[in-house]
Design a binder for this molecule. Structure first.
Ligand code: ADP
Ligand code: MG
Length: 510
């Protein structure tokens, strides 16, 4: 007898429906065709054990399984379940009438229980698009799939459960979640108010958040750089539904959405170690997997100890940063992973860490401070709008009981400034924030009056700022003006922005 079941293959952050035909005929042996990888090929052993351990029978006949379309590689063990159900239906142990209504995916243990799979959300989206009535998947993945409306999602624990659904026994109900709740519940572990003092640093981070600017924190060990960076997502606007879905899809294919979790509701914070490989950072692998820059999509990528990263690794990040997407090419396919993130970097000012420290002596030889900075590639430095020098707070401030502003208060101001930008760039579909302004847009929206022009000219001369500082200062001034609800950039805005170019000064490290 010939039956068909349906599964899904992952392709980047999307899924493709796969038809699994199972035919059982006289003879012996097991054939699996249609570009399966080794994990799929090994599934026969698991399936046979699972079926017999649950007290059903495994047909010792000629079993032929064909997976279509044949030109996409079928990866992993998540096809165990649709293949097993196909075999049981073809051997008339399961009612095959309703098989065409469901996409079925799950990895089997030898005892017939199911293990969680990757990519549930893209699979659910595809199942709905292709007109399936329902999705049958391991219970731990069900809440993630239930995000898709108009699809009956069944979370199952064993093959028994699947059989009961296919036989229409109504013992298992579809999983539902309340979507209205899910976006409001934005809970972060940390808060801006945990950081004592450092008002000027917090102000700089607020500006970065408001304009989508990349930022680098420069300061000695223990000055609170990591602590501050970790709190960056908490002052960014809440994820929109579209952003939450896209971020969840990426985390889903990477297998990072927790068990029984549904949507990713908080902005991601990713902090890869400086020893990370190219593929780890931007994505890669035989079956392309998202890298850290994609896992940080719609959130923050924190590069701690920036000069310690290999130059080549940071080089591969440049193009995706520009395009806000990574394209990974393989012989037979090209996949895209979104990668729109804010970069927060941190560094010690010099190898010993104490250059510019208020009361500790820097022991580095002359020239070493500049050398240390030069380890960071120029083109990457060019993408960092704000340089913020972090000085450790003294003991008095650290032990003070006064509590600073909470993240939610700061976030309200950020949201307001972002609204101004949304309206300004409404006619520019690829531009969402001041940081993304092109040179033409800078000319259009960052016009300076006479006093402002003078301040900027003086600063460029007096501080010896490099030419690349010029556009960055204008962009940041625009954001400061937006935070101030000011139509025009004023001298105060400009003066503040000039402060955030420490590393461009010709006396840095002198
Ligand atoms: N402004 C601050 N308010 C509260 N705690 C602080 C502050 N600055 C530093 N700390 C404490 O010092 C620790 C070290 O800070 P950290 O962020 O790791 O420094 P860095 O990354 O600059 O080396 C923090 O975990 C925190 O406990
Ligand atoms: Mg640190």
């Amino acid at each position: 007898m010939l039956v068909k079941t349906f599964g899904c293959a992952l392709f980047g952050i999307d899924a493709i429906t796969v038809t699994i035909e199972v035919n059982i005929d006289r003879g012996i042996n097991f054939f699996l065709v249609g570009l399966p990888d080794s994990a799929v090929k090994e599934s026969q052993q698991r399936i046979e054990a699972a079926i017999t351990n649950l007290g059903y029978y495994y047909p010792h006949k000629k079993v032929v399984i064909n997976m279509a379309p044949a030109d996409i590689r079928k990866e992993g063990s998540a096809y165990d379940l649709p293949i097993a159900i196909g075999i049981m239906a073809a051997s008339e142990q399961v009612n095959a009438d309703r098989l065409e209504q469901f996409v079925i995916m799950g990895e089997l243990s030898l005892d017939g229980t199911l293990n969680a799979i990757k990519g549930t959300l893209p699979i659910a989206i595809k199942a709905k698009q292709d007109g399936f009535k329902g999705l049958i998947i391991p219970k731990e993945n069900a809440r993630e799939a239930a995000v898709v409306e108009g699809l009956e999602v069944f979370g199952v624990e064993t093959i028994h459960d699947v059989i009961s659904i296919l036989n229409g026994e109504n013992t298992i109900q579809p999983v539902t979640i309340d979507m209205a709740d899910s976006l409001h519940e934005m809970v972060y572990e940390f808060d801006f108010s945990d950081v004592k003092g450092q008002e000027n640093i917090k102000r700089a981070l607020e500006i970065a958040a408001a304009g989508g600017h990349n930022v680098i924190l420069i300061g000695p060990p223990g000055s609170g750089k990591t602590m501050l960076a970790k709190r960056m997502p908490t002052i960014l606007p809440p994820l929109t539904m579209a952003e939450a879905l896209e971020t969840t899809k990426i985390h889903s294919v990477a297998g990072l959405v927790g068990r029984n979790a549904s949507l990713v509701r908080t902005r991601p914070f990713r902090s890869p170690h400086h020893t990370i490989s190219d593929a780890g950072l931007v994505g890669g692998g035989t079956y392309p997997q998202p890298g850290e820059i994609s896992l940080a999509h719609n959130g923050v990528l924190f590069l701690d100890e920036l000069p310690e990263f290999k130059r080549t690794v940071l080089e591969v990040m440049r193009q995706p940063m520009e395009d806000r997407v990574v394209t990974i090419s393989r012989a037979k396919m090209t996949v895209d992973f979104p990668a729109s993130f804010m970069m927060v970097a941190a560094m010690n000012p010099c190898p010993c860490g104490y250059y510019n420290h208020p009361d500790k002596e820097c022991t580095c030889k002359p020239g070493m401070v500049q050398q240390y900075l030069n380890r960071i590639s120029g083109p990457l430095m060019d993408r960092i709008d704000l340089h913020v020098e972090v000085v450790p707070v003294d003991y008095k401030d650290l032990s003070s009981k006064s509590v600073g502003e909470s993240s939610s208060t700061v976030r309200e101001r950020v949201i307001k400034a972002r609204k101004v930008q949304e309206e300004r760039y409404a006619n520019f579909p690829t531009i969402h924030s001041n940081a993304q302004m092109t040179s033409q847009l800078i000319q259009k929206y960052c016009e300076l009056d006479e006093p402002c022009r003078n301040i900027l000219k003086n600063a460029m001369n007096r501080l010896g700022l490099s030419a690349r500082a010029y556009d960055r200062i204008l962009k940041v001034s625009r954001t400061i003006a937006d935070l101030d609800s000011s139509e025009n950039i004023q001298t105060g805005h400009l003066a503040e922005a000039i402060n955030y170019r420490s590393l461009d000064r010709d006396n840095w490290g002198a």
